[in-house]
Design a binder for this molecule. Structure first.
Ligand code: NOJ
Length: 553
C-alpha cells in the first residue's frame, strides 16, 4: 500500500485545524501488528500511508495510557505511561514523528474528568478521610440516619446512579459516567495543577492537540442541588437528559466554561505550532458554544456537535441543522461535522446500507464549513456488527444486560458499543487482514468482510472508498471548501434539495445535494462539475441521492 505524498501543504499556519480533516482511530480495532488480536500503536504506524493517501491530515487516536481497560482506556490508572498491550513510550514517540513526517497532525484523547478507580490517587483518596489525596475526588456524606442514602438524586450519563458508597470512608463517591471512573475534584487546586502538568507532558511530546473526553462533566453544582425531572428515558443529542432526569446540576456548569479558558492558556504555552482543543459535550448549541468563547475569553477551539448524528436524512432537516450551526458558531468559530464515533451506531447501518446515501453524506461532511470527523471504517461502509448485550465486553453493555434484547434490536442506536468497534476490514484474508490468521480478533468481524474491505474498494473506481479519496482531495486543494465563507442557498433549497454556496476570493462553488429518491432538475444550470457522487452525472438533472459540487466562477 505504498502511496504518493499527501498533496496538502503542512498546516504550519495557526488556523490549520480549521481546514483539517480528522480520521478517528479506535486503537484496539485498527490494525494488530504484534499478533495478540488487539490493535496497537505499531499497527497505526504501519497504516499511516493509507490515511495520507486518502488525504487525511489529522489522526485522533483513542486512549492508550495505562488502564485496567474496563472502559478500554477511558479509565486511566497512569496518565504518563503507555499500556503495554498498545506499545511503549519510544513507540509513541515514533508514531508522532511518523505522523509529522507525513505532514499530518496527531490529536491525543485526553480524559481529564475522571481516572480509573485503580489509579493510585484514587486508592489513596478512598483509603481514609484525612490522607493527602482525600479531597482529590468528590466525596460526600450520605443522607438518612445511617448515612446510606446518596447525597442527591443525580444520575450519571451512563444511566446509573452517580453515587457509590465506600464503606472505608463511610461516604459516597461521585462519578459522571461509570462507577469505576471517579470524577476528579477540580475545585482542589492541586488536582488542577497535576492535570495541567499532564497536558504539558503530552504537548511537550509533540501532540498537536487534544480531544477532551466528557468535558461537560468537569464541574458539578457546589451545592449539590437535585436535578429536575425530564420526560425522556433514553439519552438525546439535543440535551443532557437520561432516565427521566435533566442532568442540569452535574453537567455544564459556568465554571466548566471558565476551565476551558484556563486550559487554553496552558495549551498556548506551546504555540509553535498551534495546538488544538476539541471538547466532547452534549447539550444545546447556545450553551456548549460557551466552551469556545465565554465572557470575552477564548476557550476550546471546537466542540462536537452531536445533533447531526440523529438528524433525519432529509433536505429540510439538514438545512435547519446548518442554520443552527451557523447561528451559534459563526466565523471565527467553527462547527464540527460528526456522524459517528466509538460510542454510536455505524453510519452505513443508520442509512440502511445505502451506499449512495453514504456518498452523499460524505460530500456534505467534506464540503460544509466546519471540521469533518470521520470514524475508521466509515470510508468503506463498515457496518454495525450485531453482538447481543449479554456477550458485550463493553462496560456499558454489561451494565445494561437486563434490557430485553428485542428492544435494543429495534433501536436506531447501539447500547453495546462493541457493535461499532469491530476490527477494521483491510482485505479478504481470514481475519480481514486485521490480525494474523493464528490469533482470534478481540471482537468478531463483520460477516461480509469479503465484499466490504479496503483492498477490494481500492481497485474499484466507483467505490465509497474512492469517493472519499476524491472528495477529501477536492477539499484539501480548494480554499473555497476548506476555508471559504458559507451561505445556505435558500433560493435553491426545497423539500428534496439542500444547497449551499462556498466562496473564497473570486471563486464561488455551489454544493447541491439531492436528498430524495427521485431525480430533480439541476437548479443551477450548465456549470462545471467539480465532483459528483454519481458516475456519468447529467448536466440538467440530479439523479436520486446525487450530490455534486459545481464551479460557478
Ligand atoms: C466518552 C467516550 O467517548 C466514551 O467512550 C467513554 O466511555 C466515556 N466518555 C467515559 O470516559
Amino acid at each position: 500500500m505504498k502511496s504518493p505524498a499527501n498533496p496538502s501543504p503542512i498546516r504550519s499556519d495557526p488556523n490549520w485545524w480549521k481546514k483539517t480533516t480528522v480520521y478517528h482511530i479506535y486503537l484496539r480495532s485498527f490494525y494488530d501488528a504484534n499478533g495478540d488480536g488487539i490493535g496497537d500503536i505499531q499497527g497505526v504506524i504501519e497504516r499511516l500511508d493509507y490515511l495520507a493517501d486518502l488525504g487525511y491530515e489529522t489522526v485522533w487516536i483513542s486512549p492508550f495510557t495505562q488502564s485496567p481497560q474496563r472502559d478500554f482506556g477511558y479509565d486511566i490508572s497512569d496518565y504518563l505511561s503507555i499500556s503495554a498491550q498498545y506499545g511503549d513510550m519510544p513507540l509513541f514517540e515514533k508514531l508522532v514523528q511518523e505522523i509529522h513526517s507525513r505532514k499530518m497532525k496527531i490529536v491525543f484523547d485526553l480524559v481529564l474528568n475522571h481516572t480509573s478507580d485503580e489509579h493510585d490517587w484514587f486508592k489513596e483518596s478512598a483509603s481514609s478521610r484525612d490522607n493527602p489525596k482525600a479531597d482529590w475526588y468528590i466525596w460526600k456524606d450520605g443522607k438518612g440516619r445511617d448515612g446510606r442514602r446518596p447525597p442527591n438524586n443525580w444520575r450519571a450519563m451512563a444511566g446509573n446512579r452517580a453515587w457509590t458508597y465506600y464503606p472505608g470512608r463511610k461516604q459516597f463517591n461521585y462519578t459522571a459516567f461509570l462507577p469505576f471512573q471517579p470524577d476528579l475534584n477540580y475545585r482542589n487546586p492541586e488536582v488542577k495543577q497535576a492535570m495541567f502538568d499532564v497536558v504539558r507532558f503530552w504537548l511537550y511530546k509533540g501532540v498537536d492537540g487534544f480531544r477532551l473526553d466528557i468535558i461537560s462533566a468537569i464541574y458539578e453544582d457546589p451545592e449539590l442541588r437535585h436535578n429536575p425531572p425530564s420526560l425522556r428515558l433514553t439519552p438525546s443529542d439535543k440535551a443532557l437528559t437520561i432516565f427521566f432526569q435533566n442532568l442540569k446540576n452535574n453537567f455544564l456548569q459556568t465554571e466548566s466554561f471558565e476551565f476551558a479558558a484556563e486550559l487554553r492558556k496552558v495549551t498556548d504555552e506551546f504555540d509553535n505550532p498551534k495546538r488544538v482543543l476539541i471538547g466532547e459535550s452534549h447539550g444545546e448549541e447556545e450553551l456548549i458554544r460557551r466552551f469556545c468563547h465565554d465572557n470575552g475569553k477564548r476557550g476550546l477551539d471546537a466542540i462536537f456537535l452531536f445533533k447531526a448524528i440523529s438528524t433525519p436524512f432529509k433536505a429540510e432537516n439538514y438545512r435547519q441543522l446548518l442554520e443552527t450551526f451557523e447561528k451559534h458558531f459563526p466565523p471565527p468559530l467553527v462547527p464540527t461535522l460528526v456522524f459517528a464515533n466509538h460510542d454510536r451506531n455505524r453510519v452505513i447501518s443508520r442509512l440502511g446500507g445505502n451506499i449512495e446515501k453514504a456518498k452523499l453524506l460524505a460530500l456534505f461532511q467534506f464540503t460544509c464549513r466546519g471540521i469533518p470527523f470521520t470514524y475508521y471504517g466509515d470510508e468503506i461502509g463498515m457496518p454495525r456488527v450485531r453482538i447481543p448485550l449479554k456477550q458485550g465486553q463493553d462496560a456499558l453493555a454489561m451494565q445494561h444486560r437486563w434490557v430485553p434484547q428485542f428492544l435494543v434490536d429495534r433501536s436506531k442506536e447501539i447500547l453495546n458499543r462493541d457493535e461499532c468497534r469491530t476490527p477494521m476490514l483491510w482485505d479478504e484474508k481470514p481475519n480481514a487482514g486485521f490480525c494474523s490468521d493464528s490469533v482470534k480478533p478481540w471482537l468478531p468481524l463483520a460477516e461480509n468482510f469479503r465484499e466490504i474491505n479496503v483492498a477490494k474498494q481500492s481497485s474499484d473506481p466507483y467505490s465509497l472508498l474512492n469517493f472519499y479519496r476524491r472528495v477529501i482531495r477536492l477539499r484539501n486543494t480548494t480554499p473555497a471548501l476548506n476555508e471559504g465563507q458559507m451561505e445556505i442557498a435558500n433560493d435553491i433549497c426545497n423539500k428534496k434539495v439542500l444547497a449551499y454556496y462556498r466562496t473564497f476570493g473570486n471563486k464561488r462553488l455551489a454544493v447541491l445535494l439531492n436528498m430524495s429518491e427521485s431525480a430533480v432538475k439541476n437548479p443551477v444550470g450548465h456549470d462545471e462539475i467539480a465532483i459528483s457522487t454519481h458516475h456519468g452525472a447529467e448536466t440538467h438533472r440530479l439523479q436520486p441521492f446525487e450530490g455534486r459540487v459545481v464551479r460557478l466562477q
